[in-house]
Design a protein around this ligand. Structure first.
Ligand SMILES: C[S@@+](CC[C@H](N)C(=O)[O-])C[C@H]1O[C@@H](n2cnc3c(N)ncnc32)[C@H](O)[C@@H]1O
Ligand SMILES: [Zn+2]
Length: 369
């Protein structure tokens, strides 16, 4: 295959030539590479520069981009795996210059590999859904699990049946569907992990464009697993108005909208509450200038929002609310200030530039908008 050299962060590697005229150039080479996922990889490099990880498995390496960068830019011993022989040839070529202690290359179905070995951190970066691989990673990952999902339509409720098959959850296509997608994926990973008396703690999770990315700590013991289960629940959305509520628990109750008396629609089970470790987000933001990353500007903006994003499980698109209430909205900063002056918490959200999170009731929000 014809190769071209690329650089991400401070790492150089080869990827297959792609057909630029195709509707999806990353899929046209013998081995997959998507430049648009650079931010996703940059985020993991930054995270790992602030985390003590002793071994890392890039379970689905393709060109090896991710694992090569972790070895080179974070100094962590990595194993890079793929079941495609063309990918393994390319990874081996890209690993020339690294020692065997730095990078081990394997060719296996990652489920078989994870069934027989343990790694301090495991990274799942599949085509589309990670659902078939999380069970294996749940026992193979000693302390950290990272997951990418690019099947945002099933996760967010646009492809309802596929979402229910893959994630055992009923998503709902609402104005906050991108957040539902992230929370459905987190809820699914949580349920896969707690079977083994283990728990998860979300550290650095975000949704962007066509993907969801999770960086999780994996904990041990039935007590931690129970704590994880306690974070699973439902969002109930009124079908007729913007009212919604959160309900923890494995089983969804029945709720009537307090504003219009309609029966609310449950979405879930999904993860409720915190999806980021705010201290870690601030530490990573502070460390960002000393880490050379191609997408550092975008990551800086992302971390700034994540550092203040409220832990409510949904957000409002305030332009939509303004339209519903037949008013032209004030600027976002004014609305946020008004909510805070009223004694409520309020923040922007990374899911949507017009999205707003708040603990205020709808009537207060209406006044502020
Ligand atoms: C989206 S690509 C990975 C991209 C890569 N991590 C990157 O950052 O550029 C998915 C890769 O997973 C590999 N793959 C899919 N299923 C696999 C499995 N069960 N075991 C191992 N590799 C698998 C495919 O061959 C493909 O190379
Ligand atoms: Zn209602």
């Amino acid at each position: 295959m014809g190769l071209v050299e690329v650089r991400e962060g401070t790492t150089h590697f080869f990827v297959p030539e792609q057909d630029a005229d195709s509707s999806f150039p990353p899929g046209t080479g013998a081995v997959f590479y998507n430049r648009r996922m650079e931010l996703n990889r940059d985020a993991t490099v930054l995270f790992l520069r602030h985390t003590d990880v002793s071994s890392y498995l890039d379970a689905m390496g393709a060109s090896g981009a991710r694992g090569l960068r972790v070895a080179n830019e974070c100094g962590i011993p990595v194993t890079i795996n793929d079941y495609n022989p063309d990918a393994v040839d390319l990874i081996e070529r890209n690993a020339t210059g690294f020692t065997e202690e730095d990078i081990t290359v394997t060719q296996a179905d990652c489920r078989v590999l994870m069934g027989g070995r343990r790694f301090d951190a495991i990274d799942l970066d599949p085509f589309g859904t990670p659902a078939p691989f999380v069970d294996g990673a749940a026992t193979s990952a000693k302390r950290y699990l990272f997951v990418t999902a690019t099947d945002t339509a099933p996760l967010c409720g646009a492809h309802l049946k596929a979402g229910m098959r893959r994630y055992g959850a009923r998503p709902l296509n609402t104005e906050y569907h991108s957040e539902v997608g992230l929370r459905v994926l987190l809820g699914f990973v949580a349920r896969e992990v707690v079977k083994y008396d283990r728990g998860i703690e979300p550290l650095f999770c975000f949704a962007r464009e066509h993907f969801v990315r999770l960086h999780l700590r994996v904990t041990r013991g039935a007590g931690r697993a129970d704590k994880t289960v306690a974070r699973i629940g439902y969002i109930h959305q009124c079908p007729a108005c913007p009212e919604r509520l959160e309900e923890p628990g494995i089983v969804a109750g029945c709720h009537i909208c307090p504003r219009c008396g309609k029966r609310m629609t449950p979405t879930g089970p999904l993860w409720l509450g915190q999806v980021n470790d705010r201290d870690l987000i601030h530490t990573m933001a502070a460390g960002l200038p000393s880490v050379p990353l191609g997408t550092s500007g975008a990551i800086e903006r992302l971390l700034a929002i994540l550092g203040e994003e409220l832990d409510t499980s949904t957000f409002y698109n305030y332009h939509r609310l303004a339209k519903l209430w037949h008013t032209s909205p004030r600027g976002m900063d004014d609305v946020l200030a008004c909510l805070k002056e009223g004694g409520y918490e309020a923040s922007r959200t990374h899911y949507d530039g017009r999205g707003l999170k708040t603990t205020a009731p709808l009537d207060v929000l209406r006044e502020c908008i």
